[in-house]
Write a protein that binds this ligand. Structure first.
Ligand SMILES: [Zn+2]
Length: 486
């Protein structure tokens, strides 16, 4: 179809409010790079990165920024306010310190809303319909260490009733003093999470938490279900099939469940993973667009027209995703050959700088993994899975490894390079390093490091180093880092 014909038909079909909104969101998406907060593009960032951006909002017309309290270690936690509407919406992010995507989404939203030169009419309608309250980075001490828990070592999301941590008390106090109509509880979830067993990862999952064991639906929870339906509909425009709903078993200690109980319609959003999006920049953008569209529907009340039963049509969260799935290979165990799948997981280890990380790939499971999916997959049908080889030469130091030769070694199936003085646990090369007198663990089984080669008729077809598939044309050869065996 010609583009002009397509545009004409789109305009013809888009008389309804829903289509109009999609058109506006498409324009916002096209302009996204102009207001996305560029100073933060990775998952690991700190309070000191966010605080100046929040304080700068004080200079923007229509924004109020107040200090709402402090973390255990004395970091300021802020409450940001925008809008004058009668419907109050409270959004809080990063209650878990290593769940950082939504904090970036809120920063993008602040940039978007504070620039009055674009989408002025839409912003005016939104901010006259709702008053938005934000608590970005509720757990700055956890963020500092890139860990889930706060400085007391507790999970703030299990402290909604006992209220031992200052961060939990702050959230409770803000909720109680504002008594908002809607609450958005913003998190990240494990990359293993799938959209049921549909074969797609759950890049965004939603929950309208239960407020009692019976999972009853009162008017307040029904509104939350409708808002989730709105969010889910919007995400389908960008990542079709990549959504799921979180288990709604009542958790008496959690904030979402209690805030629902206290009468605020509460929505949990969990950012999962998306292929080839290690820092979740794609998910951030989709989250932003879906959140903006949903806030618009709260402002104009249009979410009320949605059928809350559609919530239950969203697939439930499954756990069927691994980082690398090797399917149908022949694996020798006790000198016999067996048909096996290998499910490989990459574990992240934050470096001492607390801003960068190494990965360690290990075999999480072996056997019939046919119901699983991988962000990366190898079809090893008719192939054998065997240990990688150790390159025979020995180098004095890790710096002495001739980097230009590594491609050839990997293609020949060498996955380890010998060094007389190896240091550290990881190496920024697409190959593993081993001490001159060490031997690598050759077993390929449950719990072992994921380094091996896949061969056919004696020829190397795939080389897997530290859980990642070597690819001569990829950045860093598809392998983020090797491990050091000492
Ligand atoms: Zn969380």
């Amino acid at each position: 179809m010609k583009r002009s014909t397509f545009l004409f038909l789109t305009a013809l079909l888009c008389q309804q409010a829903f289509c109009q909104q999609n058109e506006i969101l498409a324009k916002v998406e096209a302009a996204y790079d102009n207001f996305a907060e560029k100073s933060i593009s990775v998952r690991r960032f700190k309070h000191s990165d966010v605080e100046p951006l929040l304080l700068n909002l004080k200079t923007k017309q229509g924004f109020a920024v107040t200090k709402a309290g402090e973390s255990i270690e004395g970091r300021s936690i802020y409450l940001v306010k925008a809008g004058t509407g009668s419907v109050k919406v409270l959004l809080w992010s990063q209650m878990h310190g290593d769940e950082t995507t939504a904090t970036r989404v809120l920063l993008d939203l602040f940039n978007f809303l504070s620039d009055k030169s674009t989408f002025a009419k839409e912003k005016e309608v939104l901010l006259k319909g709702v008053t938005l309250y934000f608590i970005p980075m509720l757990n700055p001490d956890g963020a500092e260490q890139f860990q889930r828990r706060n400085a007391l070592g507790i999970d703030i999301n299990r402290d909604a009733v006992r209220l031992q941590s200052p961060e939990a008390r702050l959230l409770k106090h803000v909720r109680d003093s504002l008594n908002p109509d809607f609450g958005f509880n913003l998190h990240d979830q494990n990359s293993a999470t799938s959209a049921g067993s549909t074969g797609k990862p759950a890049s965004l999952s939603f929950l309208a938490p239960a407020y009692n064991e019976a999972k009853d639906i009162n008017a307040s929870r029904k509104a939350a279900l409708q808002v989730v339906v709105k969010l889910n509909n919007l995400v389908q425009n960008y990542m079709p099939g990549h959504t799921a709903r979180y288990d709604d078993t009542f958790e008496p200690r959690a904030f979402g469940d209690n805030i629902q109980k206290w009468g605020t319609s509460t929505i949990l959003i969990e950012c999962g993973a998306y292929p080839n999006d290690p820092e979740k920049q794609m998910i951030r953008k989709v989250h932003f667009l879906a959140l903006l569209g949903t806030l618009q529907s709260i402002a104009d009340g249009s979410y009320k027209k949605l059928d809350s039963n559609d919530y239950f049509k969203i697939p439930e969260n499954g756990r069927y995703y691994v980082d690398l799935l090797v399917k149908n290979g022949q694996l020798a165990l006790d000198s016999s050959w067996y048909t096996m799948d290998l499910a490989i997981r990459l574990r992240e280890n934050t470096r001492e700088d607390l801003r960068t990380y190494d990965v360690a790939g290990y075999i999480e499971d072996v056997g019939d993994m046919s119901v699983y999916f991988g962000y990366d997959e190898i079809d090893a049908t008719g192939m054998t899975i065997v240990p990688g080889k150790v390159y025979p030469d020995v180098f004095d130091t890790m710096d002495a490894i001739p980097v230009d030769n590594i491609d050839n070694w990997l293609q020949e199936g060498y996955t380890y390079v010998k060094v007389r003085k190896p240091v550290g646990r990881y190496v920024d090369l697409p190959v593993n390093v081993i001490g001159a007198y060490q031997t690598p663990d050759e077993s390929i089984s449950f719990g072992d490091p994921a380094t091996f080669i896949v061969t056919k008729d004696g020829k190397v077809m795939f080389t897997v180093v530290n859980g990642m598939v070597y690819n001569p044309t990829a950045n860093n050869k598809g392998v983020k880092n090797g491990v050091v065996v000492r």
